[in-house]
Design a protein around this ligand. Structure first.
Ligand code: USQ
Length: 397
């Protein structure tokens, strides 16, 4: 297949591009390199030393003989060039990762809120509109988030995108219907992913676009089979307070002797998936797309759920790290349950990689190897969800 990977220079986009290229697909990356600019804005860098995208693709060709083409383009801003590029490539599938993906970054200031909404919503809408306009019948796969559901506290399992409801008609009978699971995003970033869902629903129904939306949990780990092949193919690893995700942050903190930064009581339960499973799920979804006229296909892309404090305790037992209980800069439930259905990927043959001490140690090893690159002052989470929370965190850091 000819596959366009939008946002193919990012944390999940890069290993996905390598994985699909390795399987013999013709991969074209489109990226505006905004993630690298945001590193510059924040004054941080990936824990792992990352080469330029051109250098990465050159090494991939040198190692495998396979080519991945890179095109520099801003999906949210350059609509006309996007159409031209699609007409040139004529992809069979488009994988859309090209969005600002950090909740704390999206809540940092009003400017960051505006940027995240403009960028994410325009990127998705430009892509949908361009597919209709160019009449390219590609399967669109979008990397969404479990966060659109809002981590219910009621204890019922979250279904894969659709909720069956009984609606009482005027005549008094009950009619069964499936609706999009009501969204309850907890950040501006998660809200943009909720808006994406509506855009997808409209374009599938109005124009017959074939769309799969993957509601992914928190990714952990660094390497995939392909990124291991050469030191310069290494994936990025974020540890800072805006982009670092919780388990990877705990692992690097343990490696450098920094107390594990648990927010509040650490009672938040979240869904998790290893980076290797994440790229495998995208491959599975690619081969099982909806037909024209079908509703949007939604998968829950996660393999297990964990409570944040349990993760901290696990990492602490493994490494001897201390745990710091910090005021929570986010507005979120202090404690929540989370049960999630992921039957569709299991039925397609996913054999989940679950959190095991051996695997955690492996990430600690990566962290130790590059520990000299860590700027400890960038570890605290400083983006607060509201002014009131910001004042509270300042009073009691
Ligand atoms: N947390 C801590 N300590 C930390 C960092 C985070 O206790 O040092 C807590 C947070 O308060 C939160 C939980 O850990 O309750 C998860 O935070 P996170 O930063 O790991 O994840 P999140 O902000 O939800 O976002 C990440 C990705 C996002 C993806 C999402 C999937 O950045 O792109 O969509 O995970 S999910 O969480 O399932 O919505």
């Amino acid at each position: 297949m000819k596959i366009a990977v939008l946002g193919g220079d990012g944390f999940v986009g890069w290993p996905t591009s390598l994985h699909l290229s390795d399987q013999g697909h013709e991969v074209h990356i489109l990226d505006n390199l905004s993630r690298r600019w945001i590193d510059t804005e924040l004054g941080v860098q990936s824990l792992t030393p990352m080469d330029s995208i051109q250098e990465r693709t050159r090494i991939w060709h040198q190692e495998t003989g396979r080519r991945i083409r890179f095109h520099l383009l801003d999906l949210a801003k350059d609509y006309e060039r996007l159409k031209q590029w699609l007409l040139e490539i004529r992809p069979d599938a488009v994988i859309h990762f090209a969005e600002q993906r950090a909740a704390p970054y999206s809540m940092k200031t009003d400017r960051h809120k505006v940027y995240t909404v403009d960028n994410n919503v325009s990127a998705t809408h430009n892509l949908l509109s361009a597919l209709v306009e160019t009449e390219i019948d590609a399967h669109l796969i979008h990397l969404g988030t479990m966060g659109v559901y809002g981590y219910s506290t009621v204890g019922a399992a979250i279904p894969e995108g659709y909720l069956p409801v009984g609606i009482e008609t005027i005549g008094g009978e009950t009619v069964e219907q499936e609706i999009l699971y009501p969204t309850r995003p907890g950040s501006i970033y998660h809200m943009t992913k909720s808006l994406d869902q509506i855009l997808f629903q409209f374009y599938a129904q109005n124009d017959g676009l074939r769309i799969t939306d993957l509601h992914q949990g928190i990714v952990w780990g660094t390497h995939t089979e392909q990124t291991r092949r050469h030191v310069q193919l290494v994936n990025r690893f974020d540890y800072d307070g805006d982009y670092g995700t919780v388990l990877n942050r705990f692992l690097i903190q343990a490696a450098i002797g920094y107390p594990l930064t648990v927010h509040g009581t650490g009672g938040q339960t979240r869904a998790f998936i290893h980076i290797q499973d994440s790229v495998r799920c995208i491959e599975l979804a690619l081969n099982d797309g909806p037909k024209r006229g079908d509703r949007v296909k939604i998968f829950n892309q996660m393999t297990e759920t964990h409570r944040v404090r349990d993760l901290a305790n696990l990492v602490s037992e493994l490494t001897g790290a201390k745990v710091a209980w910090l005021p929570n800069p986010r507005k979120e439930a202090a404690e929540n349950e989370l049960v999630v259905k992921n039957d569709q990927f299991l039925a397609l043959g996913l054999d989940p990689i679950t959190l095991r001490a051996g695997l955690l140690e492996e990430v600690v090893d990566v962290a130790k190897k590059y520990a000299y690159r860590v700027d400890r002052s960038r570890i605290p989470c400083v983006s607060a969800w509201t002014r009131e929370i910001a004042q509270r965190v300042e009073r009691d850091p």
